[in-house]
Design a protein around this ligand. Structure first.
Ligand code: COA
Length: 171
């Protein structure tokens, strides 16, 4: 099995939108309020991905993964030195479709995002994860994430924060 990694192109925007919605529903259907899930529409996600592509923001990293020419997952990271929480970068999203889990895609997406941030001078990175998202919590712990004491409520769901120092973190 070969994981093909590539940057977002116009031709992938619609497929990425479909994958994002499918992965969101797979991940959150059991504990996210239904009105939040219903608000995750094709039109709103498509608009958001199109804006991301058009903006060409150099501080934003978007990487897609394909298996046998099928879109399997993506990661988004953003550089923001010493942001309001005191970190240099945020891992904003990482999603792999369920049928592609446990094949190393999450790891390669995450390590690529870390490398992007590290080479742009970020010393650390953080992310928010729903406190009930056991699979992701295990994944982040396994890959050396440090659970911070920060918590926030997002979409009516409690989120916890994980961070990594980037200088020595290698997956
Ligand atoms: C969290 C997530 C990104 C992990 O992605 P993934 O592609 O399954 O991750 P990997 O395959 O790299 O690693 C996961 C596990 O598979 C194992 N693994 C990796 N390659 C493997 C292989 N070739 N064969 C068997 N197992 C493998 C890893 O060691 C790891 O083991 P663990 O579950 O015992 O910890 C994925 O579960 C996901 O997208 N979840 C839904 C969305 C989500 O929750 N996102 C986070 C929001 S904050």
């Amino acid at each position: 099995m070969t994981i093909e990694l590539f940057e977002l192109q116009q031709e992938d925007v619609e497929n990425l939108t479909r994958l994002h919605i499918a992965a969101w529903n797979e991940t959150y259907s059991s504990y996210m309020p239904s009105e939040v899930l219903k608000g995750n529409t094709f039109e709103s996600r498509l608009k958001s991905w199109q804006e991301t592509l058009d903006k060409k923001d150099p501080s934003l990293f978007v990487l897609l993964a394909k298996i046998d020419n099928e879109l399997a997952g993506f990661v988004v990271a953003s550089i923001d030195p010493r942001d309001k929480l005191g970190f240099d970068a945020e891992l904003m999203a990482i999603y792999v479709l369920k049928k592609f889990h446990k094949q190393g895609i999450g790891k390669v997406l995450m390590s690529s995002a870390f490398e992007f941030c590290r080479t742009r001078g970020a010393k650390n990175i953080y992310l928010w994860v729903a406190a009930e998202n056991m699979k992701a919590l295990e994944f982040y712990s396994k890959f050396g994430g440090k659970k911070e004491s920060l918590v926030k409520n997002d979409h009516g769901v409690r989120h916890v924060c994980f961070s990594w120092g980037l200088a020595h973190t290698k997956f």
